[in-house]
Design a protein around this ligand. Sequence first.
Ligand SMILES: Cc1cc2nc3c(=O)[nH]c(=O)nc-3n(C[C@H](O)[C@H](O)[C@H](O)COP(=O)(O)OP(=O)(O)OC[C@H]3O[C@@H](n4cnc5c(N)ncnc54)[C@H](O)[C@@H]3O)c2cc1C
Length: 550
Amino acid sequence: MPGDITETPDLQGAYPRLSDAQIAALTGQGGRRSTQPGETLFGEGERDCDFYVVLAGHVASVEGRGTHEERIISVHGRGRFLGELSLLTGEGSFYTALALDAGEVLAVPVARLRELIARDPAFGDLVLRAYLLRRSILIGLGVGLRVVGSRYSPDTRRVRDFAARNRIPVRWLDLETDPTAEAMLAQFGVRPDDTPIVIVYGRLLRNPGNAELAAAIGLPAPSAQQAGSDMLVVGAGPAGLSAAVYAASEGMQVIALDGVATGGQAGTSSRIENYLGFPSGISGAELADRAVLQAEKFGARFAVPAEATAIAQESGCYRVDLTDGTSLTSTSVVIATGARYRRLDVPRLHHFEKASVYYAASQAEALMCRGDPVAIVGGGNSAGQAAIFLSAHAARITLIVREHDLGENMSRYLVDQVTRLPNVEVMVDSEVRELHGDQALDAITVVSSPTGTRRVLPARALFVFIGAVPCTGWLGGLVDLDDHGFVRTGAGALAAAGGPEGTGPLPLETNRPGVFAVGDVRSGSAKRVATAVGEGAMAIRLAFERTRPA
Ligand SMILES: Cc1cc2nc3c(=O)[nH]c(=O)nc-3n(C[C@H](O)[C@H](O)[C@H](O)COP(=O)(O)OP(=O)(O)OC[C@H]3O[C@@H](n4cnc5c(N)ncnc54)[C@H](O)[C@@H]3O)c2cc1C
C-alpha cells in the first residue's frame, strides 16, 4: 500500500466500519475476490452493481475518472462498504469505485443486500443512514450531473429544480458567471444558444425534458409499470407515500406515481419539526427517501415523473392516463395529488425561498423569526391566524393585504384581534414588489396600489398565505369537488352526489366506490405532514373494507 493513502474520516455515520461479525454474516451472501491497484469495481453510470465491503487494501470513490476533472471523493479501508443511495434506488452510480492498492473485497449481489436490510434492522439502519448521508455529501459537493446554462433560462431552472426535487446531485455551471461553463461547451461543441445542456454519466443531453432526464439517470419510468395493480396511488407526497407503504405491507399490488418527484411539498421542507418521533426534526427529503425504500421493501413500485392527465371508470376498474401516453388500471385509486401553494409573483422569490419564505406558521417557523421584523402577505383567515400567532414571537409584523378592507376575506373575530395587536401594522391596498438581501431576506419593497407610493420595510422572514390551488384538474368530472376544487370525501361526497350505490361513501372515499382522496387535496384537510400520512394509511384500511365481499 502506498504510504500516503489516508482513509476519509467517518463523518457522522456516513462511512461506518462493519464489525467482524457483520462481515462474517455477509460472507455467506457473496464472494471474496482480490483487487489490483487501479482496478475499477464499478464505474460511473453503472446500475445494480454489487455491494462491496473492503476486506484488505483501500478503495476510492472517484469522480470524473480519466478526465481532467478527476477528483477523489472518499477513501475506504478494511471493514468499510462502498456505494450510496443509488445502489438501492436503481439510479446509476455517480462515481467510480477504484482500488488503490492490492487488496481484497467481498462482493454481495444487491438483491441479497436488500434482503439483509429487510431482515436485520441494525445492519439495515447502518447502511441506510450511511447511504442517505453519502447522498447529502454528494449533493453538497456537487458530484453527479453537470448542468450548463444561464441563470436567466427557464429551462435551466426547470432542470435544476427537477434534479433538486428528486435529490439528484448536480453541479451547475452558470453561463453568466462561471468561466468553466464556456470551456465545457467548447469541449462538447455546443453553442451557448443550445443550452442548457446536461452531462449525465459522461453523456450529453441537450435541453432534455424531465422524462428524458429521468430515463438517463435511471428513475423508474411509467412504461415499466404496465403490469396491473390493485392499488394505484396518484401523487407521492407524504399522503401517497404513506398509502403506498401501508397498501404494499398489507400485500396489495401497488403502483405509486408522481408528476415530479417523491416527497411532494414536504420534500422541499428543510426540517419538519412537528412529525411524530423526530424530536430534533427530519428533513423532508430524508423522510421521503426513507418512505420510498420502505414502500419498495414491501413490493410497491414507483413511476417518476409520471403525471396523471385523466381518470375514467371502465369495466369495474379505474384507468388513469399519463402524459407519456401510458395508461394504468386498478380496482382502487388513492388521489394524493396535494395542493400547490400560490407563490408570490415577485423577483428573487426562489432565491429566498430556501431560507426566508414560509408557507406555514407553526412553532417551528416562529422559532426561526423570534425577535425579528417579519412580513405576512394575504388577507384570508390563514394570514390572520398567522399574524396573531407570530405576534407573540416576532418583534414586528407587517400584514400586507391587496384588498381595501381587511374584513373583505377575513373573519370579523380575526380582524378584531389582529387590529388590536400592538406590534402588527396592517397595510391594505398594498402589494410586495421587491425582495432585498444577500443570502437571507433583509427587507421588502411594498407598493400602495392607489397611490404608487413605495415603502422599504425591514423583514427577515416573509410568510405567504395567498391560497392553495388543488391539483385536481386531471380528475375531470369523475369525482365531486368542493367550490374551491378540493375533493369531497365521506358524508360530504354523499351529500353532493348521492354517493356510491348501495352504501354511502366511507370516510376518505369520494363519491366513486374504491376511489379515495387523502392529504392536502382533500376538502377540509389539515394541510400537515402528519395528517396526510395518517389519512394515507387509513385509506388503505378503508379500501380493504370497500373491496371485501359482502
Ligand atoms: C415549504 C413547506 C414547508 C412545510 N413544512 C411543514 C411542516 O414543517 N410541518 C407540516 O406538518 N407541514 C408542513 N408543510 C405542509 C406539508 O408539506 C403538506 O401538508 C404535505 O406535504 C401534504 O402532503 P400531500 O401528500 O397531501 O401533498 P403534497 O406534499 O403536495 O404531494 C402531492 C404530490 O402529488 C404530485 N402530483 C400533483 N399532481 C399530480 C398529477 N396530476 N399526477 C401525478 N402526480 C401529481 C405532486 O408532484 C406532489 O409530489 C410544509 C409545506 C411547505 C410548502
